[in-house]
Design a protein around this ligand. Structure first.
Ligand SMILES: [Zn+2]
Length: 850
C-alpha cells in the first residue's frame, strides 16, 4: 500500500484538562500508584504512555506497532497487531448452478477444495485470505483520553470483500488493554477463517513462558503452571498450542507481555473426513496439508493443527501468535451479524514497586475468617490486640499488622468491638505501625445478611466452601463487586485502617453461572471483573488514605498483571514451596519485582524455617513472623535461639539500621549491569541510600563454602563516588571484610566466601576515623556525638527496645555509663554494647580509665 507522507503535527493532550480525574489523583498519581496516562497524537500515530509502558498505534493501518515495557519492545520490527485476518470461500464462477448439470461450468466449491496451500505458506486452506492492515478505507480515531482511560477506534474493510473490521482499544491506567475485534458483512458471505489476533512478537526480550493449564474433563479446574524457558524452541516448532487458553505471559527477568481471554463461546473449528477426486482426476485429502518437504500431515491445515484456537510458534525472526474465532469451518455471515472477540494485552511491569516497603516486618494476629465464641472451638470472645501486645511488637520493630477486625466475610462494614478496634488502631499508629484488616474477593459467609438474597446470583460455579462458613462468589458478578466496594468503603470510612489485606482463590476464575453472565461453550474465565475488582479496592483504599494506603494480595502462584500491580505487596507461599521451584518461576512469579510489587513470604510447618529464611533473604523477600512462634515478652525476643525469632531479630536489625525502606534496590536478576556475581546460582541484591550500600549475597540451595567474586559494575548507581575510599563491613560477623579501604574501581572485584545457604551481608560506607559507631540493631536510627572522649548515642526506638551498638573503638576501651547497658562478649573487630533503650533514648559510653 502506498503511503502518503503527511506533514506531521503533534498534539499532547493535557489530560487533566480534558477530563477531570481529580478525585483519583493523589500526589500526581492515579490512585496514588500509577502515572497518569499521556496521549500524543499526530496524523500518523497515536501514542499512549504510562509510567513503565508505551503503546503506539499506526493510524494508517489501525494497528498497534509498538508495545514497550521499560526498555523492551515486544512487537517484532515491521509488524503490527492484532491485525486480524479472514479467509472467505471463493464465489461461484459466472454461470455456475448450485444444482449442477451437464452444462455447468466449473463449480466454485470444487475450486475451494483445490485450495490446498502448503503448511506455513501464508495462504489458507479452502479460502482466500485478507488481512486488516492491508485493507481499505482505514480510519483511526481517538475516542477518549484521560488520566485513567484512553480509547481508540479503528475501522476498515477487507479489500474487495463485503467484510469490514472494527478494533476498539481501551487502555487502562495499568496498561491493561482491552482489544475488541469485530467483523461484519454488507452482504451474505461464507466465512471460513477468522483470526482475531495475529501478532509477531520480538524474540530478543522473550525467554520464558508462563500460562494457565488447559482444562481437562469437567469439573474444569484451571491453574497457573510453572514457568518454562522457551528460548531454545526450534524454528517452526510450537511454543504452545491450545484449544482453550485463557492466559499466557511471555517474559525475561525484568519485563514481559501478557495475553488474556475470558469467553470461549461460539468458536468454530472444522474437521474433515473425506477425500475428493476432482475432474482432473487428482485425489485430495480434505483433512490434510502438505509440508514444504513433501510430507502429508493429517489433522492439519495450512496454519497448523486443527482444533487449536490459540497457537504460538517460533519463527525465524519472531514468535508468531494466532488466535482463532473460526478455523477452517464454513460459517455463514449475513448483514446484521457481528462476530466479536475480545482479548486483553498488557506489558509488565505496570509500575515500579514502592521502595518504602523494601523491609516489611509483619505480624499476623488475624483473624482470618470470623472468630466467634463457641464457633470452631473458640471459647473467648474475640478482642483486637491489647496495648501491651502492640508495644511488644513496636519494640521488636514490627511495622505492619495484618488483621484487627472481626466480621463475617462479605459483611465488612460491621466489625465486632468497634470501639476496641479504634483504640487498637490509635495505639498502633502511635508506634508508627500500619494495620491492614483481612478481607477477601471471594468468600461470602452464609450468615452475612445479604447472602440469602444474593448468593445464588453471584456464586462461582465451582461451589467451593471454606470451613462450613463461606461460599465463593465470582469476580465477574458485578453485583458482588458493587456490594464489596460499598462494604470496604464503609469500613475504611469508619475505621482508620491503613489499607487492605485481600485474600482470594486464584483457581475459581473458571465459571459457568449464567445468572451473572458467565457460561456458554467451555465457560468463562473471569478476567474483566477480576481486574475491575482490584481497581475498585485500590480506589477505596486511595480515597481513605490519600493515596498512601498499603494493599497486600495473597497471590500464591498468581502471575497476572491485571491484578497484581494494583497491590503494593504480593504474599507467596501458602500453597507453594520456592525450594522446589525452578529459578524461572521464582524470577517471573515469586519475585514481585517484575510485576511492580514487593513480595512477602510465608511457609508451611513442613518446610525448614532456617532454609526458608536464608532463601528469602538471598532474594531479599521479607517474611511474616508466624503467630505460633511469636515471642510473648521482650526478653524472649531478645534472647530466643528459635531460628525464626533469632533470624528475624538479626535481619530486621540490619534492615532498620540501613533504612531499607526508602533505599533504592538493585538485583542481579534485573540489574546485572550494576551488580553481579561470577558463578551460576549465586545471587546478589544491593540497596543504595545516602552514599552507602548494603549488599546481600547467597547461593540457591548452597552447601559447603564457595569462593565468589562480588562485582559492583556501576558503583555510581549505588551512590558510591569516585575519589572516596570505602570500608566494607561484614555485618553478620561483626568485622571488617578486610583491613583496608577500597577505591570505587577496586569495588569491581571483591573476593568473598559464601558459606552454605547463609546469606552474606556487607555494608559499604565511606571511610571514617574512630572511635565511632559502625552499626547498630534494634533501632531505626542512632545519632552519635562525642565530647571529651565520651560517645553519646541518641537511639530512635521505642523505649524498652533491646538494642545492640557496634563500636569501632580505634584501639581504646569503652564502658557503658547508661544503666542496663553492658559490653557483650561478641568476637570480631567491634565492641558490642547491648541493653534496653532508656526513656529519652540517650546511651552514653565512656572511655575506660587506663
Ligand atoms: Zn461467573
Amino acid at each position: 500500500m502506498n503511503r502518503v507522507l503527511f506533514i506531521v503535527f503533534a498534539a499532547t493532550f493535557s489530560v487533566s484538562a480534558l477530563y477531570s480525574q481529580k478525585t483519583n489523583l493523589y500526589d500526581g498519581k492515579v490512585f496514588g500508584i500509577f502515572e497518569p496516562l499521556n496521549v500524543t497524537e499526530n496524523s500518523r500515530t497515536i501514542t499512549i504512555t504510562g509510567g513503565t509502558f508505551r503503546y503506539v498505534i499506526d493510524r494508517s493501518i489501525g494497528q498497534l506497532v509498538s508495545a514497550r515495557a521499560l526498555n523492551d519492545e515486544f512487537v517484532a520490527s515491521g509488524t503490527s497487531f492484532p491485525n486480524p485476518y479472514i479467509g472467505v470461500m471463493p464465489e461461484d464462477d459466472p454461470g455456475a448452478r448450485r444444482e449442477g448439470g451437464i452444462d455447468r461450468p466449473r463449480f466454485g466449491y470444487e475450486k475451494s477444495v483445490e485450495m490446498r496451500p502448503r503448511l506455513w505458506s501464508g495462504e489458507l486452506t479452502d479460502a482466500f485470505r485478507f488481512d486488516a492492515a492491508k485493507g481499505t478505507d482505514i480510519r483511526t480515531e481517538l475516542v477518549r483520553a484521560d488520566a485513567e482511560l484512553v480509547e481508540v477506534r479503528a475501522t476498515g474493510s477487507y479489500g474487495s470483500t463485503p467484510l469490514s473490521w472494527q478494533i476498539d482499544y481501551l487502555f487502562d491506567v495499568d496498561g491493561f488493554t482491552k482489544v475488541t475485534v469485530s467483523l461484519t458483512a454488507s452482504r451474505p458471505v461464507q466465512l471460513r477463517w477468522n483470526c482475531f489476533n495475529h501478532a509477531f512478537l520480538a524474540k530478543a526480550p522473550i525467554q520464558y513462558l508462563t500460562k494457565v493449564s488447559d482444562p481437562k474433563s469437567p469439573p474444569i479446574d484451571v491453574r497457573p503452571e510453572p514457568t518454562i524457558s522457551i528460548a531454545a524452541t526450534g524454528r517452526d516448532q510450537p511454543v504452545f498450542e491450545s484449544h482453550w487458553n485463557a492466559f499466557f505471559h511471555l517474559a525475561n527477568r525484568v519485563t514481559g507481555i501478557e495475553f488474556s481471554k475470558q469467553d470461549f463461546a461460539g468458536r468454530w473449528s472444522g474437521y474433515r473426513d473425506s477425500s475428493v477426486i476432482l475432474e482432473s482426476g487428482k485425489q485430495v485429502d480434505t483433512g490434510a496439508v502438505e509440508t514444504v518437504d513433501g510430507r502429508e500431515l493429517r489433522g492439519w491445515d495450512s496454519r497448523g493443527r486443527v482444533n487449536v484456537f490459540t497457537q504460538l510458534y517460533m519463527r525465524a525472526d519472531a514468535l508468531e501468535l494466532e488466535e482463532f474465532d473460526i478455523r477452517n469451518a464454513t460459517y455463514p455471515l449475513n448483514p446484521g451479524d457481528v462476530r466479536k472477540r475480545v482479548f486483553w494485552v498488557q506489558t509488565t511491569p505496570a509500575k515500579r514497586p514502592r521502595n518504602g516497603l523494601n523491609s516489611i516486618r509483619a505480624v499476623w494476629p488475624g483473624p482470618h475468617q470470623i472468630v466467634m465464641a463457641r464457633w470452631r472451638g473458640t471459647r473467648k470472645p474475640w478482642q483486637p490486640p491489647a496495648d501491651e501486645q502492640v508495644k511488644l511488637w513496636a519494640r521488636m520493630g514490627v511495622n505492619l499488622i495484618i488483621g484487627g477486625a472481626n466480621y463475617w466475610s462479605g459483611d465488612y462494614a460491621r466489625p465486632l468491638e468497634a470501639e476496641k478496634i479504634r483504640h487498637f488502631l490509635r495505639t498502633a499508629h502511635e508506634f508508627g505501625i500500619k494495620v491492614i484488616p483481612y478481607v477477601t474477593f471471594t468468600d461470602f459467609n452464609f450468615a452475612a445478611p445479604a447472602y440469602q438474597r444474593h448468593a445464588a446470583d453471584w456464586m462461582a460455579s465451582a461451589g467451593i466452601e471454606y470451613a462450613n462458613e463461606t461460599t465463593l462468589m465470582c469476580y465477574n458478578a458485578e453485583g458482588w463487586r458493587n456490594h464489596l466496594e460499598k462494604q470496604w468503603d464503609q469500613l475504611l470510612a469508619d475505621f482508620d485502617f491503613d489499607g487492605l489485606y485481600i485474600d482470594h482463590w486464584i483457581n475459581i476464575r473458571f465459571c459457568n453461572n449464567t445468572r451473572h453472565g458467565c457460561g456458554g461453550y467451555l465457560g468463562s474465565f473471569a478476567t474483566e471483573g477480576y481486574h475491575d475488582f482490584a481497581k475498585r479496592a485500590r480506589r477505596v483504599v486511595a480515597r481513605h488514605t490519600a493515596g498512601k494506603g498499603v494493599m497486600l494480595l495473597n497471590a500464591n502462584m498468581l502471575l497476572f498483571s491485571g491484578i497484581v500491580p494494583w497491590f503494593d505487596i504480593r504474599l507467596n507461599g501458602e500453597n507453594d514451596d520456592p525450594i522446589k521451584m525452578r529459578e524461572e518461576t521464582i524470577v517471573t512469579t515469586w519475585n514481585g519485582w517484575g510485576q511492580g510489587v514487593q513480595s512477602l513470604a510465608m511457609w508451611r510447618p513442613n518446610q525448614d524455617t532456617r532454609t526458608m529464611i536464608n532463601l528469602l533473604t538471598t532474594f531479599m523477600i521479607p517474611f511474616r513472623l508466624n503467630r505460633a512462634i511469636a515471642p510473648k515478652t521482650v526478653e524472649e525476643w531478645r534472647v530466643s535461639r528459635e531460628p525464626e525469632v533469632a533470624l528475624a531479630r538479626e535481619l530486621w536489625g540490619y534492615w532498620r539500621f540501613f533504612g531499607l525502606n526508602g533505599a533504592e534496590k538493585y538485583s542481579s536478576f534485573g540489574a546485572a549491569d550494576v551488580l553481579a556475581m561470577s558463578q551460576p546460582g549465586s545471587i546478589v541484591n544491593g540497596f543504595a541510600r545516602d552514599g552507602r550500600a548494603l549488599i546481600v549475597m547467597g547461593v540457591l540451595g548452597g552447601s559447603g563454602k564457595r569462593g565468589e567474586t562480588l562485582r559492583i559494575r556501576a558503583p555510581e548507581k549505588l551512590g558510591l563516588e569516585r575519589g572516596v575510599r570505602y570500608r566494607i563491613i561484614d555485618l553478620r560477623h561483626n568485622r571488617y571484610l578486610s583491613d583496608r579501604a577500597y577505591t570505587t574501581p577496586e569495588l569491581a572485584r571483591i573476593p568473598v566466601t559464601l558459606d552454605g545457604d547463609d546469606p552474606l551481608i556487607l555494608f559499604i560506607e565511606p571511610e571514617r576515623k574512630g572511635p565511632r559507631l559502625v552499626y547498630f540493631s534494634g533501632a531505626d536510627g542512632v545519632e552519635p556525638s562525642q565530647s571529651g572522649g565520651r560517645l553519646m548515642l541518641k537511639v530512635s526506638a521505642v523505649p524498652g527496645s533491646p538494642v545492640e551498638l557496634h563500636i569501632d573503638a580505634a584501639g581504646r576501651e569503652f564502658r557503658a555509663a547508661t544503666p542496663g547497658f553492658e559490653r557483650a562478649p561478641v568476637p570480631g573487630d567491634f565492641a558490642v554494647f547491648t541493653g534496653s533503650v532508656p526513656p529519652g533514648g540517650i546511651v552514653t559510653l565512656l572511655p575506660s580509665i587506663q
